[in-house]
Design a binder for this molecule. Structure first.
Ligand code: PMP
Length: 316
């Protein structure tokens, strides 16, 4: 018997869960799910294939059609992979402020990349809310022009459902159900909501904590000072269409500096190479050390790899 995947889509998911050993935490154990093991090097491969296959099941799309995506890059790369394998044309609409690695990866995998200029005064590497809105407007315009199908990760419930079915279930299997808390940075909210649903369905005592930038604690009901922060992939100060407050046990907030320092430490001391949001998730998890019982198991996500940020100053 051959033990192979029929195509690369079979290599999505079932990512490793790894213990961190150098966090300096006294009470808690932190485990990170290495989502950069996915073929597109991010967590978003899971939802890209999930959303496309759902649209195929509903006969909304068929191979040869055009798919369009508004994405900070990671979902686009997942969609580019799924479209390449399944035979769809793919148009990715992204902000010029996203890292060059993401743009190049999209093009390499056959996507047509439409870059939306940042608004005057906005900085590369910091996609603010107004930048995000400009990308949204361009996507809607092109969707109509190209008669393209848009698997909108914000309004598509498959986003969180895929996480409930795959990532959440994997975490329960990998920990043998021995998990006390879960932490995740929020963009569309799909990762947080889907995994939290799976965990609480298994055991309602598992505490679930969304993470936001300290300058934009919007969901927590705090004061939004700015959405110009460094933690790409979320923290846009918008409420995700699918947001279930009953899953939230408390909000965590981290600064750019904490996210960056934690990502750098993880790389240097543990050989784990993640991006800004991975650093944010671990920095936020570490804050639970003072409040959770001794021996508590905390699980968080490393959404993508440091390779996607080589053009930034995350790593020197
Ligand atoms: N980190 C990165 C790097 C991302 O690309 C995203 C997705 N936008 C997130 C975190 C947040 O994940 P979600 O959209 O599932 O909330």
């Amino acid at each position: 018997m051959m033990d192979v995947k029929e195509n690369v889509l079979g290599a999505i998911g079932n990512t490793p869960l790894v213990k961190l050993n150098k966090t300096g935490c006294k009470n808690i154990e932190i485990y990170v799910k290495l989502e950069y093991y996915n073929p597109g090097l991010s967590v978003k491969d899971r939802i890209a294939i999930g959303m496309l296959e759902e649209a195929e099941r509903k006969a909304i799309i068929k191979p040869g059609d055009t798919i369009i995506g508004k994405t900070s890059g990671n979902t686009g790369i997942g969609l580019a992979i799924a479209c390449a394998v399944k035979g769809y044309k793919f148009v990715a609409v992204i902000s010029e402020g996203n890292s060059i690695e993401r743009q190049k990866m999209l093009r390499a995998m056959g996507a047509t990349v439409v870059l939306v200029p940042q608004l005057p005064g906005e900085k590369p590497g910091q996609i603010s809310r107004i930048d995000n809105e400009a990308v949204e407007r361009k996507t809607i315009e092109l969707m109509e022009e190209l008669n393209a199908y848009r698997p909108n990760q914000y309004s598509n419930p498959m986003n969180w459902k895929v996480h409930e079915k795959t990532t959440g279930r994997e975490i329960l299997e990998q920990t043998g159900g021995r998990i006390d808390a879960f932490v995740a940075y929020v963009g569309t909210g799909g990762t947080f909501i889907g995994i939290s649903k799976a965990l609480k369905n298994f055991n309602d005592n598992i505490k679930c904590y969304p993470v936001e930038p300290d300058v934009a604690p919007f969901l927590a009901g705090g004061k939004v000072i700015t959405t110009r922060h460094r933690i790409q992939g979320g923290g846009h100060a918008v409420k995700p269409p699918y947001w279930y407050e009953e899953l939230v046990d408390g909000y965590l907030a981290v600064s750019d500096e904490e996210a960056i320092k934690t990502a750098r430490n993880m790389a240097k001391e543990e050989g784990i190479f993640t991006g800004f949001s991975g650093g944010a998730n671990v920095a936020a998890s570490m804050k639970l050390d003072s409040s959770l019982d001794s021996g508590s198991v905390v699980v968080t996500i490393l959404p993508d790899t440091g390779l996607k940020y080589l053009s930034t100053d995350l790593y020197e």
